[in-house]
Design a protein around this ligand. Structure first.
Ligand code: AMP
Length: 314
């Protein structure tokens, strides 16, 4: 069955109604999975869609480049837009509905609400991108309310985003369950990202040092190292003095609430990196990545695939 496209809220509601009544006719228990994205879909997004398709009778993907989560000096106008390819990816991955609204459809005239999760946005990306997570929370809550999915699938590549959104749905008793999906990487270890399109071959070489640094620290963790400074030092030293790489942060936070880890790691922790990579063409691209440092993830959800051991060995 081909993907049906909704451009407006009312088209989305109409398609959802049709799909619900079709599943009733088939006497299935209908369930809806939702994958929010900003488009320029790659295998990482496809993995989220495939997870949803496996677990639900209907999968809705949204493609919306959300202006509210870009700062004034960020790359909103340059953000890649590849609608026809995105449609094909949705088709190939088995989604039923592609919701691709305009900015005015999402934020109609008079829109005044901002959703903010306090404190958790004061570290990592949030510390460098003021207002970014307010923009993310606002659009995701709105999309969750429009789609009314049973489950929404989010990538662990954006660990801070997942943790903040998880807090938001818990705090606001939202009925959609958030499902974390492990980061999909290229063969050289680089986490897939829509922004990888901006990397020329020299930037690509440079970018590889990010997963390498995470891997080196993760390996030390697996071998028993628990000292925060030692683990951070290993990652930071690998990322120092590399031409074309400017480290924005390298930090260790507690996975459950994103507070900075103590001197000795005692709970599931996330080592997270953000860096600007500049190629021979002068294009500067911001990349993020992370690894979960955990012997046995004590999450309520299954993060085993995402943990240090799999990353190092995989
Ligand atoms: P974006 O389009 O970048 O806003 O991402 C949409 C969703 O895809 C978010 O939940 C991301 O965490 C997820 N995602 C992005 N890159 C990857 C990746 N390499 N592996 C898995 N999920 C990803």
């Amino acid at each position: 069955m081909s993907v049906r496209i909704a451009r407006t809220r009312s088209e989305l509601f109409q398609l959802m109604r049709e799909i619900r009544s079709e599943s009733r006719d088939l006497r299935n228990t209908p369930s809806v999975g939702f994958v929010p994205t900003m488009g320029a879909l790659h295998r990482g997004h496809a993995s989220l869609i495939e997870h949803s398709v496996r677990e639900n009778s209907t999968t809705v993907v949204s493609v919306f480049v959300n202006p509210k989560q870009f700062g004034p000096k960020e790359d909103l106008s340059k953000y890649p837009r590849t609608f026809e390819q995105d449609l094909e990816t949705c088709e190939r991955s088995g989604a039923q509905i592609l919701f691709a609204p305009s900015v005015d459809e999402v934020y109609p005239d008079g829109f005044k609400t901002t959703v903010a999760v306090s404190e958790m946005d004061g570290v990592l990306c949030g510390a460098f991108r003021p207002g970014h997570f307010d923009g993310v929370c606002t659009v995701v809550l709105l999309l969750l309310n429009l789609v009314r999915a049973d489950k929404a699938y989010l990538g662990m590549k954006d660990f801070q985003q997942f943790t903040i959104l998880q807090r938001m749905v818990e705090d606001l008793a939202h009925p959609t369950q958030l499902i974390p999906v492990p980061t999909v990487r290229d063969l050289d270890g680089l986490a897939l990202s829509s922004r990888n399109k901006f990397l020329d071959s020299s930037a690509r070489q440079t970018a590889r040092t990010i997963p390498e640094a995470l891997k080196l620290a993760a390996r030390m963790f697996i071998q028993g190292e628990r000292n925060r400074e030692t683990l951070l030092g290993r990652a930071v030293s690998h990322l120092s003095n590399i031409e074309g790489l400017e480290l924005q942060y390298c930090e260790l936070v507690k996975a459950k609430d994103l507070t900075i880890c103590n001197d000795v790691l005692e709970s599931d922790s996330v080592l997270a990196v953000a860096a600007f990579v500049t190629g021979a063409d002068g294009i500067r691209t911001r990349l993020i990545d992370n690894v979960l440092l955990s012997e046995e993830p004590r999450f309520s959800f299954d993060l085993n695939n995402f943990a240090a051991k799999t990353f190092v060995e995989g």
